[in-house]
Write a protein that binds this ligand. Structure first.
Ligand code: PBG
Length: 331
């Protein structure tokens, strides 16, 4: 007779209660952030073909969504503005204007929910520029780093004035966190935080987002976003952002960049966020619609994996669905 095994790890997997007790990673709605789009000049919310279940909101449905975010106990929401075509220009002025769609939306959401959730703003020009780049262009058509920094500083102050709790520079310009911190402080917004997109890669997974914000991008973002081939550089970029005063750092995309999340979690003294981006979400939806995977289960599993890798906070278009499922399980 062969010896029975001395170690039986299966013992702790025998019942749901045992598995729940020893789970190393748990998801709480408070760790989830919902990205939301608000579009100028529409009367009804607009579907986004490549992101089933996600809509571009009117100001009214945005306010309703903010109330639901609070109701579900989500950590926060990240706002993106979609201006009408006639309100785009080469320098993205409507990103800074008080009555620009994103700044209006921030004001509305803050009035609606106050401090009951964390209101974050995308601090970037790409939704507002006719060429679709994240910054302003120089005379040769290249993205001008330092000229863009001046715009970001103004945009961050405008967003803080409109009620954002945190601004989120996502344009990957060198020095953006430092410049924004200085601008916020000079304007007296000492308590407005910076969630820095620190390790943001030039990714094909942003495809559906470009549809969501009607991005008019010519070319690509490879001269400012990072090369997906680079791991060490993710740590370098993150260290720079922390040194410049980032209150939180972010890795993006998330699910295919777990090694980067793990590195960043190890080196970072500040909380780490990860963004499950539009393409990651769309792939889950597309397979689920065909009945090939179980949507709720895979959504949960992907978020658990991102947390397990070391993220503290996850931005996901599935935040509401996941939070509802978690709350139901507790009932
Ligand atoms: C830039 C920005 C982008 C995303 C978030 N902020 C687009 C880009 O960098 O091309 C992508 C988010 C997603 O794909 O879900 N403002």
């Amino acid at each position: 007779m062969t010896c029975p095994p001395l170690h039986r790890p299966r013992r702790l997997r025998a019942t749901g209660a045992l598995r729940a007790m020893v789970a190393e990673t748990r998801v709480d709605p408070a760790q989830l952030v919902l990205p939301v789009f608000v579009q100028e000049g529409i009367i009804e919310p607009a579907e986004i073909t490549s992101m089933p279940g996600v809509r571009r909101h009117t100001m009214e449905t945005l306010a309703k969504t903010a109330a639901e975010v609070v109701e579900l106990g989500l950590g926060g929401m990240m706002l993106f503005g979609v201006p009408s075509e006639e309100n785009k220009n080469a320098t993205g002025n409507q990103a800074i204007a008080d009555d620009g769609i994103l700044n209006q939306a921030l004001r509305r959401v803050r009035a609606e929910v106050g401090d009951a959730t964390v209101i974050m703003a995308d601090t970037c020009l790409d939704e507002f520029t006719t060429h679709g780049h994240c910054g302003v262009l120089d005379k040769d058509g290249r993205v001008d780093n330092d000229a863009t920094l001046e715009r970001y500083a103004e945009q961050a102050v405008a967003q803080a004035s409109a009620g954002a709790h945190m601004v989120s520079p996502s344009g990957m310009m060198d020095g953006q966190v430092g410049v924004i911190r200085e601008a916020l402080d000079s304007a007296g917004f000492f308590d407005v935080g910076i969630l820095a997109y620190s390790a943001k890669y030039a990714s094909g997974f942003y495809g559906p987002f470009r549809e969501a914000v009607s991005c008019s991008l010519e070319g690509d973002r490879r001269t400012y976003q990072m090369n997906p081939a680079n791991r060490r550089e993710g740590s370098y970029e993150t260290a720079l952002d922390i040194a410049e005063g980032a209150d939180m750092v972010m890795v993006k995309p998330a699910g295919y960049y777990l090694d980067i999340i793990s590195d960043v979690a190890t080196l970072s003294d500040v909380p780490v966020a990860a963004y499950q981006v539009s393409g990651e979400y769309a792939m889950i939806q597309a397979a689920a619609q065909r009945g090939w995977i179980d949507q709720a289960r895979v959504l949960h599993e992907t978020v658990v994996s991102i947390l397990r890798a070391g993220a503290d906070v996850v931005l996901t278009y599935g935040a509401m669905e996941l939070a509802s499922a978690l709350l139901k399980r507790k009932e």
